[in-house]
Design a protein around this ligand. Sequence first.
Ligand code: SF4
Ligand code: SF4
Ligand code: SF4
Length: 447
Amino acid sequence: MSEGSLDAPTRHPLKWRDEDFYNEDKIFAELERVFDLCHGCRRCFNLCDSFPRLFDLVDESPTGEVDGVAKADYWKVVDACTLCDLCFMTKCPYVPPHEWDLDFPHLMLRARALQFKQGKTNKKQDKLTKMDSNGPLGVKFSGLANWASRRENGLTRSIMEMTHDVHKDAELPTFAKKKCSDRAKAEPIEVNASAPAHGKRKAVIYASCFGEYNDPDIVMDTRAVLAKNGIAAEIVYPECCGMPQLEQGDMASVANKAKTIAKTLKPYVDDGFDIVVPVASCALMLKFEWPLIEPDDENVKALSTATYDATQYVVDIAEKEGLADGLKPLSGGITAHIACHARAQNMGRKAQELLKLIPETQTTVIERCSGHGGSWGVTKEFFEVGMKVGGPVFRDAAKADSAYVVSECPLARDQIVQGLERKDKKVEGPGKALRHPVQLIARAYGL
Ligand code: SF4
Ligand code: SF4
Ligand code: SF4
């Protein structure tokens, strides 16, 4: 047996249709096996709150070993996992093909799938994560919805805390006045026919639910950057990718979404279009999670290979064809957070590479978990835990004190801005509404 695998990590397909996947005894046996290995290793002690919880449980148990931890307490570890994938991607030497065959996040996911099957997931949260029901309503009544969800609105936020388990102090994304797909139709864009990449690439942008309902500017700015570089990219939004359902262990819903979206995008993929995704979590779903959930679906497989994270795509254009001229410096500096779900895409620090393309502009890179974790980070139970996990990121961002704070994960960006507020720092001026690194490329072009 080797101490750590020297081979490239691989991931097993998730056998969520097998009865065994939900066998409680087998899940607990596997949790015990993996927890014991982690207890002996402890490399991940500072990645999130799951591992500190595990190690505290072990250290405080009568035996000082995993066998002394009550099985019921295993859920404390499972519940604190945001499925960020960092332990698997960045720390663990024992992932497959190593014979210990350890995939901590997917074991947490399996445990969540058991909870979901047993009807033990949080039903209040369930309603909140139905993006394609809440989103259109939120947009239609954006004035009211945004007023009600403001942190300053103590009454409505207290009610939301009671009814939906959303912590009253957690910053929530506002709804846009118009859906991204509607804006894209109403705002045609001119394509730069003299750009080096013109005529060499075909792309569509998958807007994501966040882009469709909450922040269309991220998607519109991505489209503008591509147009400046000679690529006429249509914006598509069939439906949400199912990341919130994945977090809840609702495997069948995620699989349905994967199949439906992959089928909708098939004509583009077959026709040689690249699928560009401006939110890291969604890109991770399309590229890596869906093919493990629907490994035999040819559309899902083809979509996975055609998908690019937006930062990765613009860097790829820069490397292969060269970017169109015209990038100007941005003053005041940039803090760029490398999101966990960008790191989990195993593509390198694309946000950093991208922002280096802006001349004479200082960029501070922070590569740690912000503690948001999707819907997990706004819950009554975990909001303050997430703020604690994100503490080192907030500290480094406060030190950098940049005019722009961006992340490939827009929710992580908002979490950092909230963390900065707790340090009496505000992001104001032109950087206030900009969440994503590609938006800074758009601004550097003067778009
Ligand atoms: S996936 Fe992320 S949150 Fe979950 S245990 Fe690993 S590092 Fe922690
Ligand atoms: S997930 Fe891997 S690296 Fe992390 S503590 Fe467990 S065994 Fe160690
Ligand atoms: S991962 Fe993307 S599409 Fe999925 S819920 Fe999050 S923002 Fe929406």
